[in-house]
Design a protein around this ligand. Sequence first.
Ligand code: PGA
Length: 336
Amino acid sequence: MKQATLHQLKVFEAVARHNSFTRAAEELFLTQPTVSMQVKQLTRAVGVPLFDQVGKRLYLTQAGEELVKTCRAIFENLDQFEMTVADLQGLKQGRLRVSVITTAKYFIPRLLGPFCRRYPGIDVSLQVTNHEFILNRLNDNADDLYVMSQLPDLDITYEAILDNPLVVIAPADHPLVNETNIPLERLAEEPFIMREPGSGTRKAVQELFDARDIELKVQLDLGSNEAIKQAIAGGLGISVLSRHTLALEGICNQLTILDVEEFPIERYWYAVYPNGKQLSIVARTFLDYLLTEGKDFAQKTALRRTLPPAQSNGTLPPSAANSEDQGHPVDHPPAS
Ligand code: PGA
């Protein structure tokens, strides 16, 4: 192992995480032959194969799996060391890797602005992805912090940031607009647009309807909240989305929230990290920022930006007129 370099370990870890030389090359901005060469040299230094290739698929050997764990421990220790040195120098500098659930893109990037201006030495990498991919990244210990709405059954530490209710969204001229407490069965008669498999929103909707043994008329699956909003506005059907997805102006005057029984489905955004993970100083600073100033900011922007348009009768549906919309603080469940 003496000849192995840190660079080779980084390349190897990326290949193992993506299970692909090509995707590792893309992530690292290297060519595919360079990636193959680095892994080959590392394999030679280790002395036993790190991958088995069966057909087109790559499988880690047992030695490969052990080396992945070792690499991650090394990188984490090095990050920690970098942070400690930076802190010793009185600087806040280093790297911050955050993965957030799709709906959090409506506030996290806005929070990053002031944070990056305050700590210009910090390099931020932000991944926006669905529930399943966040879980994969959490399992791989790929980031410093995660923002998600459904807490996984894993050994984690979490803190609630803000409520993230799921609501039923329809075109503004939908026949059910003035109805109240619409039964779920009635909703099932409408063409429905569903998020893609792996989405937490989809899971929550499915759980609700399965529990009542009601089958939805799913017209199409779409992999993005914005695409679903466009499809609703285009008259393709109704859907269930986070109320915060109404945050961007423009299309929102073509959409409305329906008052349906069992809705909104109350959920929260949580800042999450694996239990026992030693947060870097930068990650700790960002988490503190998220839970103090960030939380205030998110609450205020959510207030200003998620009010749906007035209904044809000039009132907001009850699902939209909750305490957050009225400017009252919401009660969050206790942190772990
Ligand atoms: P999703 O999650 O993008 O996986 O549907 C969204 C959310 O949980 O807010």
